[in-house]
Design a protein around this ligand. Structure first.
Ligand code: RP5
Length: 176
């Protein structure tokens, strides 16, 4: 369904090995019925493709870009350098440094070129953050996001009930 409408968000990743994490962003967009596109473009291996994509992103109808990369993760910053759209960076756990290399590379952007940096492998939050950006100009999407948060709160209430039951049982077994 998402592919049928003009994509509003681009999900870019440095390699096909990033797909298993970045697809979690796509899953969120499917739930919220936000059209997206996905592609591999490497800041190092295909710099012209990455720069060209960022340069055309706005006129192609995108409102935000999510960029996931591991290792010396320059992709989100390189995209941000070439577009005025908000760029959301996802540091990926792809090397012996377990994503801390990518985290530092993505969050330490020079003044003037911000990248909103998510947690290591935080592609789900990247999608939710993009939805929050889109929702500032889309009342129906804002309501879907509010409902999502209400559902989460309900799930926490259920977890609390379970913990209270477990505590009761623990006290009965251990102290009575
Ligand atoms: C980064 O290097 C990619 O984003 C990926 O996380 C990592 C490893 O890439 P491959 O060697 O698996 O292609 O540029």
């Amino acid at each position: 369904m998402s592919e049928a409408r003009t994509p509003l968000v681009g999900i870019v990743m440095g390699s096909d090995s990033d797909f298993k994490v970045m697809v979690k962003a796509a899953e969120i967009f499917d739930v919220f019925e936000v059209p997206y596109e996905m592609l591999v473009a490497s800041a190092h291996r295909t710099p012209d493709l990455a720069l060209g994509y960022a340069e055309k992103a706005k006129e192609n109808g995108l409102r935000a870009i999510i960029a996931g990369a591991g290792a010396a993760a320059h992709l989100p910053g390189v995209l941000a350098a070439k577009t005025t759209l908000p760029v959301i960076g996802v540091p990926l756990n792809a090397t012996a440094l377990q994503g801390t290399d990518a985290l530092y590379a993505i969050c330490q952007m020079p003044s003037g070129i911000p990248v909103a940096t998510m947690a290591i492998d935080g592609s789900k939050n990247a999608a939710l953050f993009a939805i929050q950006i889109l929702a500032t100009a889309d009342v129906a999407l804002a309501e879907r996001f509010a409902a999502y948060k209400r559902d989460m709160a309900q799930a926490v209430a259920t977890k609390n009930k379970i913990v209270q039951e477990k505590l009761k049982h623990y006290k009965e077994v251990n102290h009575d």
